[in-house]
Ligand binder design. Structure first.
Ligand code: PLP
Length: 408
């Protein structure tokens, strides 16, 4: 266990995250920035009914502290939920966390000292980058292609490194921001590459329930479930995308040794996650309400994704590329050569459309040829208008580039 807060280090991505949170909820804007569900999708009635129906003793318990590891009935409900994902719950332990970002933060605190190396994907979830930077890690990004992290690049980096990285952080299912899902083959190759190297794998699985087609369900098998070698995999999950981020509920599944230290760190951070939220979520799971809600969400997000893909096809100029996601929240758009997403943003925000620039997700804060569009948060009837405005902003940026090129 490593790091004290007094040594915390500046994070270059923290500013991006603050801006992102602000833009995501900006009024009078069409926002493709928000990586969160639309407010109209939340299960208000179900949660209201659950609270009303709680016996008085449980209502009182909602207001109370609870065990650091989590509310025991929620841990039990999670066990069977994770077992259905083929995860090895018996030989591991569950820690309920205040959002899965807290789980990522705890693992970083447990293993990382200033100057230690963390490997990530490139691009990478910016919340995790901020955590790693805050603890003073040296972050090395490995590119992803449409099937996952590029194994040859990973091997080349591993060969060159001056010291062993503390862990590799990956989001194999419905990646934020790249929108991809790892192929089964790539997941196995990754596990084989790490086998015997003593490098932890931190597997972030915040989106795997949000596939669009029933037939794609099998893709999302976690690596922690596939792992037959000696790779130590720490698995994290979240209720944020399947119930609501306001619950601030996440969890980790880790070996008993890793769990023990993580529990101590959590105790020092916030003693326990809100009992209120844990009890409501446990009832939601126990009543079988989650599955019905997921069926509804998958349909909603699929419609939004379809609308966005249609609009991109309709409005975007030649030379713009994207990968159609099979689940999750995001479309990762590649701009024509020489166009920076920062400049497109400058034009589109003037017309009331926001998104997140590619460099936000680059461990080095560079690579700005991409932009991330989220279809989860935007009302369906604004998608086509918003993509139309974005396409105009892009065309304007391209004209400026061409003019500049002619002059110079
Ligand atoms: C890949 C990924 N992991 C983790 C999180 C954090 O979720 P939570 O709200 O559970 O902290 C997010 C949120 O956007 C995410 O995209």
């Amino acid at each position: 266990m490593a790091y004290s807060f007094s040594h915390m280090v500046h994070s270059m991505h923290a500013k991006d995250v603050k801006l992102l949170m602000k833009q995501s909820s900006g009024k009078d804007m069409i926002s493709f920035a928000g990586g969160m569900p639309n407010n109209d999708l939340f299960p208000l009635k179900e949660i209201e009914d659950i609270f009303h129906a709680l016996p008085p003793d449980l209502k009182k318990l909602c207001f109370q502290y609870g065990p650091t590891a989590g509310y025991p009935p929620l841990i039990k409900a999670l066990k069977s939920y994770l077992e259905k994902k083929s995860l090895p719950v018996e030989e591991n332990k569950i820690l309920i966390t205040t959002g899965s970002l807290q789980a990522i933060s705890i693992i970083t605190q447990e293993f990382v000292n200033k100057g230690d190396i963390i490997l990530t994907e490139k691009p990478c979830f910016v919340g995790a980058l901020t955590v790693f930077e805050t603890y003073g890690a040296k972050i090395i990004g490995i590119p992803v292609d449409e099937n996952g992290i590029v194994i040859d690049e990973l091997k080349a980096v591993l060969k060159k490194l001056p010291k062993k990285p503390k862990f590799l952080y990956v989001t194999p299912n419905f990646h934020n921001p790249a929108g991809i899902i790892y192929s089964l083959e790539r997941k196995n190759e990754l596990l084989e590459t790490l086998a015997g190297k003593g490098i932890l794998l931190l597997e972030d699985d915040a989106y795997s329930d949000l596939y669009f087609e029933q037939g794609d369900k099998h893709f999302k098998l976690p690596m922690k479930a596939l792992n037959k070698s000696d790779v130590d995999v720490i698995y994290t999950g979240s209720f944020s995308k399947i119930l609501g981020p306001g619950f601030r509920l996440g969890y980790m599944l880790a070996s008993p040794d890793i769990f023990d230290k993580a529990e101590t760190i959590k105790q020092a951070l916030d003693a326990c996650t809100s009992n209120f939220c844990q009890i409501l979520a446990q009832q939601f799971l126990a009543q079988g309400a989650l599955e019905n809600y997921l069926v509804f969400l998958r349909k909603e997000y699929r419609m939004r994704k379809d609308l966005m893909i249609q609009s991109l096809e309709k409005h975007m100029p030649e030379g713009v590329d994207w990968h159609e996601p099979k689940g999750g929240f995001y479309i990762w758009v590649k701009l024509p050569a020489g166009i920076r997403s920062k400049n497109v943003f400058r034009e589109s925000v003037k017309k009331g459309v926001v998104f997140v620039t590619g460099r936000t997700f680059d461990p080095k804060g560079k690579g700005d040829r991409f932009l991330r569009l989220s279809f989860a948060n935007v009302p369906k009837n604004e998608i086509d208008k918003g993509i139309g405005i974005l396409a105009e902003a892009l065309k304007k940026t391209m004209t400026k580039r061409d003019k500049f090129n002619t002059i110079s």
